[in-house]
Design a protein around this ligand. Structure first.
Ligand code: C5J
Length: 226
């Protein structure tokens, strides 16, 4: 049996205590479709450069988590090639001439599993032993085996980063909160296409005594993991 290790991060709204042996890093949807020109995010009219500032902090936290053998989980938002798991409402939303399942400017089908644009950016590519959760929704728990993987690894605490802060990061943290996990969102390792949403989304996590969880920057997390 593992000895209990007690570490503390200087976080908001108050210090965050955790044991690396029962903690996991979840990197949400750092996919080419959201972070590269020509992907789904750009096609919706967004400036992808606003998300790319999260890459380096994510990579630094990923390195630190790998160094202390923490469970690392990557997620990807996307659908089966026949779109049978994609709600009609999601397909139609946005009223785009090219949408989910169509071939986009990156030369691959948008948000479709197995396509190049759906995959994780090279800077953060998973290594062997790091589970990838393919999720059809915004939340990483919805219709996936994430809960089972966390349960089997005795995980209690989640470090969450990735994109976008107010959509898939937020939905996942809310789902985790309702399931009894303690979650810390790594602020500079998340990103939004909307600077005001980035600020408010992080404020919402830590408001009311940490209604959804905690917020800290990557340097504080890395220091605690070292
Ligand atoms: C969005 C996501 N924004 N990963 N997906 O559609 O946040």
């Amino acid at each position: 049996m593992n000895n209990l290790i007690h570490k503390v991060i200087n976080a908001e709204p108050y210090p965050f205590a955790f044991d690396p042996n029962t903690s996991a890093l979840i990197i949400i949807d750092m996919q080419r479709d959201f972070l590269e020109e020509g992907g789904f995010g750009a096609m919706l009219g967004n400036d992808v450069s606003l998300l790319r500032s999260a890459i380096e902090p994510c990579r630094a936290v990923l390195d630190a988590a790998r160094a202390c053998n923490m469970l690392i989980i990557h997620t990807r938002e996307g659908h089966r090639p026949d779109l049978s798991d994609c709600p009609q409402s999601k397909k139609e939303r946005g009223n785009l001439s090219v949408g989910i399942g169509d071939v986009g400017p990156l030369g691959s089908r948008i948000l479709i599993r197995g396509e190049a644009a759906h995959d994780i950016i090279p800077e953060l590519y998973p290594i062997d032993g790091e589970p990838i959760i393919d999720k059809p929704g915004k939340g990483a728990f919805y219709q996936t085996d994430l809960a089972l993987i966390l349960q089997n690894n005795h995980i209690k605490t989640l470090f969450v980063c990735g994109v976008t802060t107010e959509v898939c990061v937020h939905t996942t943290v809310r789902e985790a909160n309702d399931r009894g996990y303690e979650a810390l969102v790594i602020a500079d390792a998340t990103g939004s296409y909307f600077p005001e949403f980035q600020r408010v989304a992080l404020d919402m996590i830590k408001a009311q005594g940490g209604i959804f969880g905690w917020v800290a920057n990557s340097d504080a997390v890395i220091k605690a993991l070292a």
